[in-house]
Write a protein that binds this ligand. Structure first.
Ligand code: BG6
Length: 490
């Protein structure tokens, strides 16, 4: 693997502390970092290399169990002091990075900063030529949100493209780094027995559900302007949907994969503004008691404006109008302050065509499900009907679990896989701009309607599965939210 230098803008911020440095450290432990990889923290604080190293040691305390690797890791760290909006500091950054042999000419610029600053940093890197791939590659990494709606995403992209080519840009959606999300591809395309069933002839509907038990915490400054639809649904859940619904790609290279994902997004039936209420539902958590503890409602959280109607819960029904999926509803749902934190993809099959068991004790035959639990446990489960033991002809549900279900395996953090891909230049798990843009097109009509309907929002008690009114999205009488692996009825 080629040496490279990671320049982290916003090095002293939360993302850097909680995700990036720990992930880079763990890659070092696993022996996956190139020997000459260096990490330059770009920040405003009056720090030098030693202070930065001390800080990172503190951040990793408790996570870093191998003192020798920790020392090796800290030796990779350098600090560059500057204000990211100050054009005077960029020549010095260029000189630091490009003169002498200390740093590899292959550079990753990781923008762990507010999206509002993406444009300025990419421009200033361009003004000093740090975007030019002369002698080494240059990669720009950005995190969602990629814009605020279709229009702002477009203008952000234009700004980035003034200085960086699409091939240099890595747009992170950390869901694509999660093991089970990648497993979706293996599960679908490495098993012949699924493919013939994976379509509208056999599948009744699909649910993609992400629930969190925590509230918005101290993030209202960002969250109140975003809401659940932008924060989770337009990004992570639509990405998961593309992997569930896509056609087998021509091969596993990044463009083939992303071409197929884009085809799914393009095939989603547009939701006219007049039909938004039939397709989307929003709500906000109220104050209440969870496990005997009082928790504030969204409106009482720090930094939330008094009459905010920002949704902390969003549900969406979409149809994919192609040969494989036409007529099959895909229900997507996300919420904060829900009963438990869990993410699951549930695929419900249709009933067998003949009601053979009608005259027997098996009155209500349950359908088959394939359940892919993304977190907290990774699990793939198939639910089937079998005969109960005994003289009567009764059925019961049996579960076929993939062998690792329930085993407390040490989980890789999504960032480890993604950072390694950046170093290796593999775009497969990063979003191409057309994916971002088509995903905005799906939710844009809803955002527009919700932006003007500001007098009322449903609420739900904390620690619940959200308001029952969301059930109005279901098109089948027997459709219910499948909240977790275990409970299908609550
Ligand atoms: C982030 C959202 O992108 O994803 C958060 O901004 C959300 O609001 C988080 O909590 C969920 O990610 P994970 O990996 O904890 O499921």
């Amino acid at each position: 693997m080629e040496d490279c230098t990671f320049v982290i803008f916003g090095a002293t911020g939360n993302l850097s502390q909680v995700k990036l440095l720990p992930a880079l450290y763990r890659l070092d432990v696993a022996g996956r970092l190139p020997e000459g990889l260096k990490i330059v923290g770009f920040g405003r604080r009056d720090w030098d290399d030693e202070t930065w190293r001390g800080q990172v040691r503190d951040w990793l305390a408790g996570k870093a169990t191998d003192a020798e690797v920790l020392e090796r890791f800290c030796e990779r760290l350098y600090f560059f002091r500057g204000d990211l909006g100050d054009e005077q500091v960029y020549p010095a950054l260029r000189d630091l990075l490009t003169s002498g042999a200390r740093f590899s000419p292959n550079l990753v610029f990781y923008l762990a900063i507010r999206p509002a600053d993406f444009g300025v940093v990419s421009r200033l890197l361009g003004t000093v030529g740090l975007n030019q791939e002369d002698g080494g590659w240059r990669r720009l990494v950005i995190e969602k949100p990629f814009g605020y709606d279709l229009e702002s995403a477009e203008s952000l992209n234009l700004r980035l493209n003034r200085n960086f080519q699409e091939t240099q840009i890595f747009r992170i959606d950390h869901y694509l780094g999660k093991g089970t999300v990648q497993n979706l591809l293996v599960f679908r395309f490495a098993n012949l027995m699924l493919e013939p069933l994976w379509n509208r002839n056999y599948i009744d509907h699909v649910q993609i559900i992400h629930s969190e038990s925590l509230g918005v915490g101290g993030r209202a400054g960002y969250y109140d302007g975003a809401g659940a639809l932008r924060d989770m649904l337009q990004s992570h859940l639509l990405q998961v949907l593309t992997l569930v619904a896509m056609e087998p790609p021509a091969n596993l290279d990044a463009e083939s994969l992303r071409d197929e994902k884009v085809k799914v997004l393009r095939s989603i039936r547009p939701i006219p503004q007049s039909a938004v209420n039939a397709h989307a539902f929003r709500a906000q958590y109220a104050a209440g008691t969870v496990n005997g503890e009082k928790v504030p409602g969204y409106l009482d959280e720090q930094d939330v404006p008094e009459h905010s109607v920002t949704e902390t819960y969003a549900a969406l029904k979409v149809f994919i109008d192609n040969w494989r999926w036409r007529g099959v509803p895909f229900y997507l749902r996300t919420g904060k302050r829900m009963k438990t934190g869990n993410s699951i993809v549930s695929i419900r099959f249709k009933h067998p065509p003949q009601q053979l068991f009608r005259e027997t004790q098996i009155d209500r035959l349950k359908p088959n499900w394939i359940l892919l639990n993304l977190q907290p446990n990774e699990c793939i489960r198939i639910e089937m009907q079998v005969k109960q033991q005994g003289l009567e002809l009764r059925a019961e549900t049996t579960r076929l679990d993939a062998s690792y279900c329930g085993i407390n395996q040490e989980q890789l953090d999504a960032y480890e896989a993604l950072l390694l891909d950046i170093i290796e230049g593999d775009h497969s798990l990063f979003l191409r701009y057309d994916e971002v843009s088509w995903a905005w097109k799906v939710v844009d009509p809803i955002l527009k309607v919700w932006a003007v309907e500001r007098d009322f929002i449903h609420t739900y008690p904390p620690g619940s599965w959200g308001p029952s009114e969301a059930d109005r999205l279901f098109i089948g009488q027997d459709h219910r939210w499948r909240n977790t692996l275990e409970n299908d009825e609550e």
